[in-house]
Design a protein around this ligand. Structure first.
Ligand SMILES: [Zn+2]
Length: 1013
């Protein structure tokens, strides 16, 4: 009865397959990896009771635990399996799946409105059907369908590689938990074997000296064995019997087995004790993994044959092929005597074909070829098969030392996987393993390639485009495959972040890291024939990484799963961007140090803090993110290799030299203004600021807090306490940011607060002479010019920051270690320039220290009117300020403020400009001029006069540059101050121009808000 109804369903839904649209059920089919052979969609969704009754297949090969492991995370299964296949439930049958070919793993899955039936030739076939079912249920309801499916390859393997992994080397391999997750994931795409290469990670008992400090425990090894058993994944251990024997030979206890006393790569094949030692390893594995069927003896890249006198003599007598063949033949025979099928890498047999004659015929040759089209040796799998050997083909996801260790190199790997898989299958080889040789690159990012290999092993007709579409759906829940292209976009070469194995001499000593350190790389990449290519690669890397980050920003919100995969892509992109930026700064700095204009040096110096900040942030992220699924000592080491302190120190020393060069050429006042691009919430923003300018902040705190403020007495201390509690109560974000600066710089919050308020509580200097001028150009747009004047101690402390938080985006010029606003420009088009002014006599210290005063306004106001309203709500403490305000719409005003008093002078539409200096001019504030002494009054008047004269001339920003460069605006010399920087803001153009040189030098660096940045 029931069978009949399923047949009816199959027939009725066959025509529907042509009309697949973007419905939920289609998404489920389009997500399946591997791609099934035949898939016919029915109508509607499968109705299943909850919990779902199920039975165990009749051949007894599938346990209840395996069924639960495979689909239990998608379906609520009944507490007990039914005796018989349950009507209306999950029916698991052994029978004829009506699949083409005779694969024992074939299955047919029918999901109908009243239940699911999976028929397999064997329990393994049913298991594959269950894996498909789990993927069909990934988004919830299971669409009605019939799927008939079978694999191309009978052995579909993934390499679990801990070759060389130990606490003293820099490789990135899965922690135990990450390994378990990897096996679950690979099982879900129907792989059925793992090549398990544990080396020093295996907990030897008799040979415990080989086992490294971070090795897996016996209990973990048992969990690994059990995990594979439940997934019906065959474990094939690989233990090297000749070359690549570092894990053993690095120990002095095993020195007698070395081919040469000082070399740890290879055993001596004529030492009869080597085979005995090797078989003891086999015995230890057999105890840990009872029931093994196959065993890989390695045997590749044994490049030291015939070096010791005894071997040399044998080679002279019988030849290298015989030396190799005798040894691996003997090992193979002894492995076979243990009931294990011996496997052997092919490369030595390709180099020495006569060695094949020494091998027992039951050896299975593992033919490895990672890129058919460019492989240095002729394709040889078919040759070995013709000689009567069984052959297993091995491709690779992380093979050649290409690209960078900050991402996985994909273009050649995917081509290589595809080309070898198809060739092997067409030649009749049905066993394929994908190697994943340990590297420093993020191991989780190899899963994209491993899953592609699994997809091809099962169904070789899958195209890469088809796969990417499925991968995006299955892994990320995305209907758009663009995310897969990011793996290739990040596949690039990157100087200073090369693969860890790039510099090995002949790959013989993988413990030797010479050539991998920054000074050696710098020497290589600054050679005339190498530098252009290196700079080109750095530029490309920077662009690619920036592009990937921009795309991730767009794509990530749509991802409904795959959080970790996205995190790894972002990690790669951020690390590549930061490293490329540092490399570019090094090479550019080298060039301008040799022959650079001051303007170039200024610009270079201005970008240095951001370059350093990004590098540090990337290093921290690299360490933190990799640590989550890696081994701490290995990640620590890798992190220091990829982000070497020496490269940062070298850059900073270059910065010191270049800054000195500017100072030398133009006098002591000519210091470049540092720029910090600093997005993020307040604490984080402060932390980056504090960390980047740590040494400067230490100097300033020492000077301003210890020497000046701490001698101030109780009146000042009391004012400080009142200011702090006012800011904490009304502007907690400012305190959070100051706390970040304190933590980043390694100072206390109290010290940083002192640094921020010393100006507010100190006596008003007689001659403060900052100016803000606003000028309307011929087109009606406003430009705000601002000079800042300081004494000798304060000269080097200005800092331009770009702050992006709470949807606000602005440039703000202030002082290192503070959140002061001297000059600011918001993306929405408001410009502010601030000048010190006298305090209102007798004002309360309960208020915001005046140099913070414009900061809250920047988070609130988009134009002059909003700024005036926002200032009205703010209570100042300490000195007063006179602000110049201008906006993109053409409004401008001078706003004068002290304590709670505020006055405004608006620029009328028929006036060409307005100026704010250091006294009060508005009617409301005239009474507060009592604190303006005669020298200051005269100085203010001089600047006002200069402005009036200049206003009769014409011109826009360039005319302002002219004004700012001329006395009296740029020379407060008669009152003992220097103009330390000048800025010109054009709100309508979103442009911020700044010179850290005296304005007379007229060398401005420009920052702009660009669309989409
Ligand atoms: Zn020897």
């Amino acid at each position: 009865m029931r069978l009949h109804s399923f047949v009816a369903l199959t027939v009725s839904c066959a025509p529907i397959i042509a009309s697949l649209q973007a419905h939920a059920e289609d998404t489920a089919f389009a997500s399946l990896i591997p791609q099934p052979r035949s898939c016919s969609a029915g109508e509607g969704f499968c109705g299943l009771p909850s919990p779902v009754p199920f039975n165990l297949p009749a051949d007894g090969r599938l346990s209840e635990e395996t069924i639960r492991l495979t689909v239990g995370h998608r379906l609520v299964l009944a507490a007990q399996p039914s005796e018989m296949p349950p009507a209306g439930g999950l029916r698991l049958l052994i029978g004829d799946p009506r699949a083409q070919g005779q694969s024992l793993e074939a299955y047919r899955l029918i999901a109908g409105q009243s239940g699911i039936e999976i028929t397999g030739r064997t329990g393994e076939g049913v298991l594959n059907g269950l894996r498909t079912l789990a993927q069909l249920a990934i988004d919830g309801p299971i669409p009605c369908c019939e799927i008939v499916d079978w694999p191309d390859a009978s052995l579909r393997g993934t390499h679990l590689c801990y070759h060389l992994v130990r606490e003293t080397l820099a490789y990135n391999t899965p922690s135990f938990d990450a390994l378990m997750e990897l096996i679950d994931r690979m099982a879900s795409v129907k792989i059925n074997a793992v090549l398990l290469e544990l080396e020093a990670m295996f907990p030897y008992r008799r040979h415990a000296k080989i086992t490294c400090d971070i090795a897996f425990t016996r209990e973990q090894i048992e969990r690994l064995r059990r995990c594979c058993e439940l997934h019906h994944i065959e474990i094939i251990p690989m233990v090297q019997c000749l070359g690549h024997a570092y894990s053993v030979l690095t120990r002095e206890e095993y020195a007698e087995y070395r081919e040469l006393p000082d070399h740890i790569q290879q055993y001596c094949p004529t030492n009869p004790k080597v085979a005995d030692l090797y078989m003891e390893f086999v015995d230890e594995y057999l105890q840990a993994f009872p029931g093994l069927r196959q065993w890989h003896v390695g045997g590749d890249e044994s490049r030291m044959l015939g070096r010791c006198p005894r071997c040399e003599e044998k080679v002279g007598r019988l030849g290298v092929a015989r030396l190799y063949g005798d040894h691996v033949g003997e090992i193979a025979r002894r492995v076979a005597a243990k009931g294990l099928k011996p496997l052997l890498w092919s490369d030595m047999l390709e180099a020495h074909p006569e060695a094949v004659d020494q091998l027992p015929k039951d050896v299975k040759i593992v033919y490895w070829n990672y890129h058919l089209a460019t492989w240095p040796r002729p394709y040889a799998a078919a040759t070995f098969m013709k000689k009567g050997f069984e052959v297993l083909c091995a491709n690779a996801v992380r093979s050649l030392a290409l690209g960078t260790e900050l991402s996985v190199y994909y273009p050649l790997a995917l081509e290589g996987i595809e080309s070898l898989t198809r060739r092997a299958l067409s030649d009749g080889c049905r066993e394929i393993i994908t190697t994943n040789w340990m590297k420093g690159s993020p191991h989780e990012s190899t899963q994209y390639g491993l899953v592609y290999a699994a997809a091809l092993d099962w169904n070789q007709s899958t195209s890469l485009t088809e796969f990417q579409d499925r991968y995006a759906r299955l892994t990320f829940g995305l209907a758009d495959p663009r995310i897969c292209a990011l793996y290739e976009r990040l596949s690039l070469r990157l100087p200073y972040a090369e693969p860890v194995q790039n510099h090995m001499v002949n790959r013989l000593d993988r413990f030797n890291l010479s050539g991998l350190r920054f000074p050696e790389k710098w020497g290589r990449y600054t050679k005339p024939d190498a530098e252009p290519a290196a700079r080109d690669q750095l530029s490309k890397g920077f662009r690619a990484a920036s592009d990937v980050l921009a795309q991730l920003d767009q794509i990530q919100p749509s991802c409904i799963r795959g959080r970790r995969e996205v995190e790894m892509l972002r990690l790669s992109a951020e690390c590549i961007r930061a490293k490329a930026r540092l490399g570019l700064a090094l090479h550019e700095g080298r060039q301008i140090e040799a022959a650079g204009a001051n303007e170039q040096i200024l610009r270079w110096c201005a970008e240095l803090p951001a370059t350093v900040g990004q590098w540090r942030a990337a290093k921290e992220r690299h360490h933190r993110v990799l640590l989550q699924t890696g081994f701490k000592p290995c990640i620590d080491f890798l992190n220091e290799l990829m982000f070497e302190p020496a490269e940062l120190e070298f850059l900073q020393q270059m910065g010191d030299r270049l800054a000195g060069k500017i100072a030398e050429g133009k006098g002591p006042a000519q210091v470049a203004v540092a720029f910090l691009d600093n997005p993020g919430p307040p604490y984080q923003r402060g932390f980056v600021h504090g960390r980047t300018f740590r040494s400067q902040i230490h100097e300033d705190v020492d000077f301003w807090c210890r020497q000046r403020i701490n001698t101030a007495g109780e009146r000042v201390l009391s004012a400080k306490r009142q200011m702090f509690s006012h800011v904490l109560e009304h502007y907690p974000c400012i305190i959070q940011e100051l706390q970040g600066i304190a933590d980043g710089a390694g100072k206390s919050l109290d010290e940083i607060f002192w640094l921020n308020i010393f100006n507010a509580v100190s006596r008003v200097q007689a001659g403060e002479a900052c100016s803000a001028v606003i000028r309307r150009d011929a087109a009606g747009a406003l430009h705000l010019g601002k000079t800042t004047d300081s004494d000798d101690e304060q000269r080097k402390v200005t800092l331009l920051r770009r702050v992006r938080d709470q949807g606000r985006d602005f440039y703000v010029l202030g002082w290192v270690g503070t959140v002061w606003v001297e000059v600011a420009l918001t993306r929405s088009g408001l410009a502010i320039g601030a000048n010190s002014a006298p305090a209102q006599p007798g004002q309360s210290a309960s208020g915001i220290p005046q140099h913070f005063g414009a900061y809250p306004v920047l988070f609130e106001a988009d134009n002059v009117d909003q700024a005036i309203a926002a200032f009205q709500k703010i209570r100042f403490a300490g000195k007063g300020l006179v602000f110049g305000l201008a906006d993109a719409a053409g409004n401008a005003a001078v706003l004068e403020k002290t304590g709670t008093a505020q006055g405004v002078i608006r620029l009328h539409p028929d006036q060409p400009g307005v100026i704010g200096v250091n006294d009060y001019r508005s009617a409301a504030m005239q009474a507060h001029n009592a604190g303006v002494d005669e020298a200051r009054r005269r100085n203010c008047q001089d600047r006002r006069d200069a402005f009036e004269r200049w206003l009769s001339s014409t011109g826009g920003p360039d005319a302002i540059a002219q004004l700012l460069s001329e006395p009296p605006l740029c020379q407060a010399g008669q009152i003992g101050l220097h103009t330390v920087d000048a800025a010109i803001l054009s709100p309508a153009a979103g442009e911020f121009r700044l010179t850290g040189l005296p304005p007379s030098a007229k060398q401005y660096a420009t920052w702009r808000f660009a669309d989409g940045d």
